[in-house]
Design a protein. Structure first.
Length: 417
């Protein structure tokens, strides 16, 4: 059975988790229809060339030969044999991708992938990432966090502040950084130099409050009454997700992966084009700091998205058939046909769109998004999320055949955010 998805549907009752989450890790493999699945946490999405090559080699030697990026900038290996766990762990340890056996599933940290590459941000979030990761692994109490608990470190541009993290740290151009707990539009000011300490204190307070209340929960947003609300209004960007642009950037290159999947050969092409570092993004792409623009044609030839404005911008899908037995369709194949054959994105990109094979909607975006749900006879297209209501055209489900799906998706993506 796949791990329970993170999100709670709008309007649904908040769950009281009576059991530990089954979120996979590098040591705890999930059994899927296509074999074992391992999820390797990459705080901030950061990879050296050596680490990226080691992942490609592991996928080819132990799995199906491909790597899959996630909406948290982590990476998954699929098609693993049941007895390969020890060898996979050894390979990861050898390149520094498994610094702690006891804490490996709680190293869920997203960070602004363009930090330091342009003038849009105001903080060195990469330093925050490294400090937070090291201190998480060094504290015994942190192992009690769910494998779904998420930290977000935003350099002030607003790109990861809208990802519904449990604890979000947002840099400010003037004044202290702001700490947001769960969802909401207010934060707590943080003293300079104490940013990571404040993040860790919030996570520990959440665990302590759960114990005091005799509850079990995976996310801070499930029990917001246990921690104090913020006092300072957050910047206006805090509710709008902003994906990293595709193509040549002021400080490097940015490319997209179709549904986050890449073969070992494609990963080697990324390494060949890089300047020594890769940053996987929460939008299933990769940023190559310092890489020159003349390397884009080789990346395009390798199958990466290198130009903005295509229908594939902010398009995602769950695993679907044949990898997941719960799915009612091969959603990735159906989605690819729609995106390649007419489901063009409207000017400005429009809303994110996500194809799901069942009601679990694994991996769907945060905020408002176009929900394309397999029904067994076709798909149901709805604009989902906090701005969608059942009394408006955007919030009314539309049942379509596979042939009608592309046009319905285009129309839904035009919905104003």
């Amino acid at each position: 059975m796949p791990p329970t998805p993170d999100a709670t549907a709008p309007g649904a009752a908040v769950p009281d988790r009576g059991h530990a989450d089954a979120c996979p890790g590098a040591l705890r493999l999930h059994t899927a229809d296509d074999g074992g699945l391992a999820r390797v946490r990459l705080p901030g999405g950061l990879l050296t060339d050596r680490q990226a090559l080691a992942l490609a080699e592991a996928a080819e030697a132990l799995g199906d030969g491909e790597l899959e990026t996630t909406s948290r900038g982590n990476v998954q290996l699929r098609g693993l044999a049941p007895d390969c766990g020890a060898e996979l762990a050894d390979r990861l340890r050898a390149v520094g991708l498994l610094p702690s056996d006891t804490h490996e599933r709680v190293r869920n940290i997203v960070a602004s992938p363009l930090a330091g590459l342009d003038a849009a941000g105001t903080a060195d979030v990469q330093a925050w990432v490294r400090e937070l990761d090291a201190r998480l692994c060094a504290n015994d109490w942190a192992a009690g966090l769910s494998g779904k608990f998420l930290f977000a470190l935003d350099d002030g541009r607003g790109d990861v502040a809208a990802l519904d993290a449990d604890v979000t740290l947002i840099a400010a151009p003037r004044g202290p950084a702001l700490l947001r707990l769960g969802r909401g539009d207010h934060g707590h000011p943080v003293e300079a130099g104490q940013e990571v300490t404040a993040v860790l204190d919030a996570a520990r307070a959440f665990l302590d409050a759960l114990r005091g209340a005799g509850r079990a929960a995976w996310h801070l947003r499930e029990v917001p009454e246990l921690l104090p609300a913020g006092t300072v209004p957050l910047p206006g960007f805090a509710g709008t997700a902003v994906a990293a642009p595709i193509g040549a950037l002021p400080g490097g290159l940015s490319v997209g992966l179709r549904f986050g999947r890449a073969s070992g050969a494609q990963w080697r092409a990324l390494v060949a084009a890089s300047a020594g570092e890769l940053r996987l993004t929460p939008w299933r792409g990769a940023v190559l700091p310092g890489a020159p623009a003349d390397r884009l044609p080789a990346l395009a030839a390798a199958g990466f998205r290198t130009e903005p404005g295509s229908a594939w911008e902010r398009a995602s899908a769950c695993t679907g058939l044949p990898g997941c037995a719960k799915s009612l369709a091969d959603v990735r194949a159906d989605a690819a046909r729609a995106l390649d054959g007419g489901a063009s994105a409207p000017r400005g990109g429009g809303l994110p769109v996500h194809w799901s094979g069942c009601e679990r909607r694994c991996g769907h975006p945060a905020g408002q998004w176009v929900d394309v749900l397999a029904t067994g006879q076709g798909y149901r297209v709805t604009v989902n999320g906090p701005a969608a209501t059942a009394g408006t055209p955007a919030g009314v489900p539309v049942d379509v055949t596979n042939e009608e799906m592309a046009a319905a998706v285009v129309e839904a993506r035009r919905t104003t955010k």
